[in-house]
Write a protein that binds this ligand. Sequence first.
Ligand code: ZN
Length: 199
Amino acid sequence: MKLPDLYITSEYADIPPELYSDATGKPFSSCLLCKCDLLTPGTLYIIEKAVKNYKDFNTTDTIFEYAMCFACVEKFRGKISDTSRARIDIYFAERVDLVQRRERLIAAEEFDPKEWLSHCIIKGKRAHEFSEYQLYCQCDGTQLIFAYMPFMIGGEAMDEMMQLLSNETLGEIGGFMNEYFGVPPELEINPLDRPVLIF
Ligand SMILES: [Zn+2]
């Protein structure tokens, strides 16, 4: 998405435990792809967590999670076809104004990541209403940055977005998932069910 550049001065907070790595119980410390150290101040990266929500049991599981440095995010985005990118941009533009959303939250001095993550930015529903949802945030070293992220996207909007992706892009995402999340061949992930960062 083409959004105005941000100059973050004081809009940051400690990374909340919900965005720690489930695998280690600690903040993510290295990039999934290039393994660079993420906790050095000045290192920009993104965290994505896909969460399965068991509504009846009031509990959640992490489906997959990773942190990725900006350089690798750019490389990954380069694999998304122009057609897919254009369709996702339109999907967002028609449903959410991320610039205005950020301005509203910053003006209200809302610096609790939980509030930024509380509702699906597309559908407006709360996390507990979904059987799956994804959390996204942007960080700099040990700090979470209140940029256009953090935000949450529920399974419903994720499904709609996946329908917009070209076969070529779905193939790229499927390959990525299978390579990095160690899925046994018999359970080969259907990328339609497990979307990853496509913004
Ligand atoms: Zn990297």
